[in-house]
Design a protein around this ligand. Structure first.
Ligand SMILES: Cc1cc2nc3c(=O)[nH]c(=O)nc-3n(C[C@H](O)[C@H](O)[C@H](O)COP(=O)(O)OP(=O)(O)OC[C@H]3O[C@@H](n4cnc5c(N)ncnc54)[C@H](O)[C@@H]3O)c2cc1C
Length: 403
């Protein structure tokens, strides 16, 4: 009788871009036993979450992990990783469950950081999950219906991609909600607050200038060099002056997941984990995506690239081959700026408008296809054109408009 082969136990922590892609890349290899541990039951496709926040379909930005791994031989378990025991090679969750590993891949993403600004956590909205998005939309509806007019100001803090895409889509959405509820169409005031001197501070200046022109055309008021100092139930204090608002959205601050400092990893600038040329923090412990200190960390495309590199090296190692060094690649940036418009930065090429929008649609399809088979990816991509609201009045009005 042939001896039974022991499988290498791969524990992947985090069901986001990096974790899911690593698991998918390894799933077809019978040498591995793969466990994916995530604190959520769904995978969040963050790049389209702003659409869900402005009346788009929920399915456009979310897929259940169960569906993603159906029939793929990956064990998906729910729990929140808390403690790493390097000697025992195990992770313990806050729920008290223990998962052993031979190889560990950590892809826990980042967490929101309010930098201790008084009142901000209490009085602002965030759009990093379906729950947060639902809370934000419920507020927009309630406020419009109760007051029969828009808020004095809708304030978005942070002029990175998330803040820009949300601010530029909000006026259209709010006008639609007003129309659906038969409310008088009043002017909508959107303010975009940024601490840096320019929008998109991490991108070339000309992209920032193009976006600035576009936002101004949409009627969005831009405040650069502006420091948020505090929030109350009625206003936001910015560089010594109050802005009256009941709708503040915080998109400006994230920090690395506390798991890494709690478990004594070596962290570098912006709290990212120091990794070697194979994305290992330590022998047999890979750290990828937003958690790793790599040049383009903080983008979905980077997390996917990291996952492919790490999965390749896990396979190579299992075949007793040398691992290959990871090569960082500058991702293509496509920043939506309201209906059917996006700015594109592709290496040294930069353009904007409808063509940019078409590229963004294509990029989303590729993004879905990276994680799902053709059928699932197409189905999810088609939800881009759907509307979804918890509000019954809006649902009926949208349906009758489509008829
Ligand atoms: C609103 C928004 C819009 C964005 N838009 C874009 C864009 O247009 N283009 C782009 O390239 N990038 C975009 N990004 C950034 C991109 O989404 C991230 O870079 C990417 O998600 C990083 O992948 P990751 O696997 O490192 O982390 P994530 O995708 O965040 O995954 C981390 C996973 O770990 C889970 N987790 C957290 N803590 C634990 C724990 N203790 N135990 C178990 N599981 C845990 C989380 O629930 C999550 O499932 C956006 C981000 C946001 C927030």
């Amino acid at each position: 009788m042939m001896p039974k082969m022991t499988k290498e136990k791969i524990l992947i922590v985090g069901g986001g871009f990096g974790g899911v892609k690593t698991a998918l890349e390894l799933a077809d290899d019978s040498r591995f036993q793969i466990i994916l541990l995530s604190d959520q039951t769904d995978f969040r496709y963050y790049p389209t979450l702003y659409r869900t926040a402005t009346g788009g379909s929920r399915a456009n930005s979310s897929i259940t992990l169960h569906n993603l791994f159906l029939g793929k031989g990956v064990e998906v378990v729910q729990g929140s990783a808390q403690t790493l025991d390097r000697k025992a090679k195990s992770i313990t969750t806050t729920e008290g469950k223990v998962y052993n590993y031979d190889t560990l891949v950590l892809a826990l993403g980042v967490v929101t950081n309010y930098f201790g600004i008084p009142g901000l956590q209490e009085f602002s909205y965030s759009i990093k999950s379906q729950v947060e998005v639902a809370r934000f939309k419920a507020h927009l509806h309630k406020q419009l219906i109760d007051d029969r007019r828009p808020d004095l100001n809708y304030v978005v803090i942070g002029a990175g991609p998330t803040g820009i895409e949300l601010a530029s889509e909000l006026p259209t959405y709010l006008r639609r909600v007003m129309r659906n509820h038969g409310l008088p169409q009043k002017k909508v005031h959107i303010d975009l607050i940024e601490a840096s001197p320019t929008l998109l501070p991490r991108m070339p200046a000309d992209v920032g200038r193009t976006i600035t022109r576009r936002l101004k055309k949409l009627g969005i008021k831009i405040y650069t060099n502006s420091i948020v100092q505090g929030a109350t139930a009625d206003d936001l204090m910015v560089s010594g002056k109050p802005i009256r608002s009941h709708t503040i959205v915080w998109t400006a601050g994230v920090t690395n997941h506390p798991f890494f400092t709690d478990n004594h990893f070596v962290v570098m600038g912006r709290g990212k984990v120091a990794v070697d040329t194979f994305l290992q923090a330590e022998d047999g412990i890979f750290v990828i995506g937003d958690n790793a200190n790599t040049p383009y960390s903080g983008l979905a495309q980077t997390a996917l690239r990291d996952a492919i590199s790490v999965a390749g090296n896990i396979k190579r190692r299992a075949s007793h081959k040398d691992m290959k060094s990871y090569k960082a690649k500058r991702p293509v940036s496509v920043i939506p700026g309201g209906p059917q418009w996006a700015a594109v930065q592709w290496g040294n090429i930069h353009f904007s408008g409808k063509l940019g929008w078409a590229l963004r649609e294509a990029a989303d399809f590729i993004g879905f296809k990276d994680l799902e088979p053709w059928r699932g990816a197409t189905k999810q991509w088609l939800t881009t054109f759907g509307h979804e609201d918890d509000c019954e009045v809006c649902t009926i009005a949208e349906a009758s408009r489509r008829r």
